[in-house]
Design a protein around this ligand. Structure first.
Ligand SMILES: [Zn+2]
Ligand SMILES: [Zn+2]
Length: 461
């Protein structure tokens, strides 16, 4: 009975998750994520898949974030015809996120082709189109948390709440052998213990091997109270300075956390003085899915009969005209827009209009991958370039760490320690330094046997 795991993506980096699982002659792809970052990093998405597509029997996705799901349309475009399994709410989120990713690919190719044509070079095709993404959704299948199903003969999958974003799952894979079962637990992305909306990740007590993310393996998030205090400070400084507040946010997860927190602290933050814009058709759609699946988390994000956040001055900016109207506002706007790492999307227009104004504030609430504009802003860039023009960074930049959707070092250690048999642990989904520090801590203080997963490496469970 063979049960073998091979690492292909999110090794030594956070994005591009992709693992192959071989169980008794069947091949299951775990995750099929986009590499995100600068143009150089994203070129990798066009490469061949590391396994033959006609050998893949099933795909399993832990959650809808594009760095875990975003290459599924490409896989289908290149010939994959099998099922793609994920949690029910994750499927609902993929239905909006993947077509959006396809649309962004088309826009991106258009933009690049303009430049290529000017240089007399051959145009490129989009990585995949919106139509490709819509087509791949036909192959999606879904299950509730704790509802086991056979993904291939003899291999059972069970999703558990990972507490990261809506629908995010810890994936428990059990190979049912006559001689005894073998279990591999894949953490997916784990949530933060103080997450405002989502529940805490489910604890699992037994596994024969564990695959765990390690995004924040080297640090502790600031306490949640400190985060609220920080945000209070930002809102009061911004009110005094009479500028705007820009919040680049992942449309799924961070955006709903922010809406929830603004409703919770509405009086304390004197939000009556502001107009709150969710400038993101995707964020608006994702918020609707959060409303449809409100039974999956404890926080009260919506009123009992409403699918809108409980904020009187909330504006959902769906159309381009809605979005452009915000450009005229010089003061008193809180603008939540994607992309979360400023690598595209409407946030770029708001940066163009506000980043050079010292009275404005940019609040970074999520992880910024190496090579992205968001990372450069966090790292203190003095100027940025947008559409060929240079803008000085004079707005005040705040990094509010405690709103992360990811477990911090303590959460990761605690989650691993729930296993009472100290299973071998493989670290994925992290940059080298956080992984090194987490490995050291788990080995020295917790008696774990830790391997930092390397590209192409395969291990027996
Ligand atoms: Zn994620
Ligand atoms: Zn991730």
């Amino acid at each position: 009975m063979s049960f073998e795991l091979q690492f292909f993506g999110a090794t030594g980096q956070v994005t591009g998750s992709l693992y192959a699982l071989r169980s008794n002659g069947h091949l299951v792809l775990m995750e099929c994520g986009l590499v995100q970052g600068g143009q150089r990093e994203e070129e990798q998405n066009r490469q061949d898949f590391p396994v033959a597509i006609d050998e893949i029997d099933a795909v399993v996705l832990s959650h809808a974030h594009i760095d875990h799901s975003g290459r599924v349309p490409l896989l289908v475009q290149r010939g994959y015809r099998g099922p793609v399994y994920t949690q029910n709410a994750s499927k609902a989120l993929c239905e909006i996120m993947l077509p959006d990713a396809g649309y962004l690919n088309e826009k991106d190719a258009e933009w690049q082709n303009k430049k290529l044509r000017a240089k007399g070079k051959r145009p490129i095709a989009p990585l995949y189109t919106r139509a490709d993404a819509v087509e791949c959704l036909e192959q999606f299948r879904s299950a509730a948390y704790d509802e086991p199903f056979d993904v291939v003969p003899g291999l059972e999958v069970r999703f558990h709440d990972a507490g990261h974003i809506l629908g995010a799952a810890i994936v428990e894979l059990t190979q049912k052998n006559p001689g005894g079962a073998k279990t591999l637990v894949f953490s997916g992305d784990l949530g933060y213990r103080d997450a405002p909306v989502m529940n805490s990740p489910v604890a699992i007590s037994h596994a024969d091997a564990v695959l765990m993310e390690s995004t924040y393996g080297d640090r502790l998030h600031r306490s949640f109270d400190a985060t609220i205090e920080e945000l209070t400070g930002v809102f009061s400084a911004a009110r005094a300075g009479k500028g705007n507040i820009l919040i680049p946010a992942f449309t799924v997860g961070r955006t709903q956390d922010l809406l929830y927190l603004m409703a919770e602290h509405y009086d304390e933050w004197q939000l009556d003085d502001w107009q709150i814009f969710l400038d993101s058709p995707m964020g608006i759609e994702a918020t609707r899915v959060y409303s449809d699946y409100r039974h999956l988390y404890g926080a009260r994000l919506f009123g009992p009969d409403s699918s809108l956040p409980d904020l009187p001055n909330y504006h959902a900016s769906r159309t381009t005209e809605d979005s452009m109207a915000i450009n005229k506002i010089e003061s008193g706007a809180i603008i939540i827009a994607g992309s979360g790492m400023c690598s595209g999307g409407r946030i770029l227009h708001h940066l163009k209009n506000n980043i050079w104004r010292p009275e404005c504030h940019i609040v970074i609430v999520g992880f910024q991958a190496y090579g992205t504009l968001g990372r450069r802003i966090v790292d203190g860039a003095k100027e940025i370039r947008l559409w060929g023009d240079t803008y000085s960074v004079r707005a005040q930049v705040h990094t509010v760490g405690g709103l992360s959707a990811h477990a911090d070092q303590l959460d990761l250690v605690n989650w691993y320690n729930n296993f009472d048999n100290k299973p071998p642990l493989y670290l994925v989904h992290g940059e080298p330094e956080p992984q090194r520090i987490l490995k050291q801590l788990l080995e020295n203080d917790h008696g774990a046997n830790v391997t930092i997963a390397e590209h192409g490496q395969s291990v027996d469970v």
